[in-house]
Design a protein around this ligand. Structure first.
Ligand SMILES: [Zn+2]
Ligand SMILES: [Zn+2]
Ligand SMILES: [Zn+2]
Length: 203
């Protein structure tokens, strides 16, 4: 991780916090665009890629019997991590009901750095895990994005060639229409009154 390479003025696309306030703004490839996300917004926009309790980033999501999915969002937690935070409802049998931290509390923030920590630039254990998860998700997205970007560039080159061809055809068509119109106009030049009348009715 090389955070010093980030421009100091980087701002979160989602919540507009600045690098100075959040410590870190990540470059992310999100929905086919390069975005800047603060740690909190990055995690909130990538539910399902990490456990919201222990902050392990999944290579593959845990097998069904080892995971609990949030009732309201795509977040997936390790069953063992989520059980202490889940409730079992009688009517749903013994299936534990889990709400991820953000769905349980809308004001929840994954990454809170106290003013004192911000000044001393220290990060506690939990915040460090959060930061590491966010950085890994950002890095993964950029790697995937790089492959997608190459594909996109090739696709655009093909599209550009097609567009140029279409534009050329359209120009040729326009030229031939203009030539025809000029030809027709030159036939009608003698009847100025007719032209004038046509213009009136057209308006
Ligand atoms: Zn943000
Ligand atoms: Zn976990
Ligand atoms: Zn949730």
């Amino acid at each position: 991780m090389n955070h010093t390479s980030q421009p100091p003025s980087a701002t979160c696309t989602s919540c507009a916090t600045t690098q100075r306030l959040s410590l870190i703004i990540h470059n992310v490839r999100y929905l086919a665009h390069n975005r800047h996300f603060c740690t909190n917004c990055l995690l909130k926009n990538h539910h399902g890629l990490f456990c919201p309790i222990c902050f392990q980033v999944y290579n593959d999501s845990p097998p069904p019997h080892q995971r609990l999915m949030c009732l309201r969002c795509p977040s997936i937690a390790h069953r063992s991590c989520a059980l202490p935070f889940s409730t079992t409802t009688a009517n749903a049998g013994s299936v534990p009901v889990f709400l991820c931290p953000t769905c349980a509390d809308h004001k929840f923030s994954y990454f809170n750095i106290s003013a004192a920590d911000r000044i001393s630039r220290t990060v506690d254990d939990k915040s460090f895990k959060v930061l590491a998860a966010a950085s890994q998700i950002a890095a993964d997205s950029m790697n995937k994005g790089a492959a997608a970007a190459r594909f996109e560039a090739e696709r655009r080159a093909v599209e550009a060639a097609v567009a140029r061809k279409r534009a050329k055809e359209a120009m040729e068509e326009l030229a031939s229409i203009q030539a025809k119109e000029e030809e027709e106009n030159s036939c009608c030049v003698v009847d100025l009154n007719l032209d004038a009348r046509l213009n009136v009715t057209e308006e």
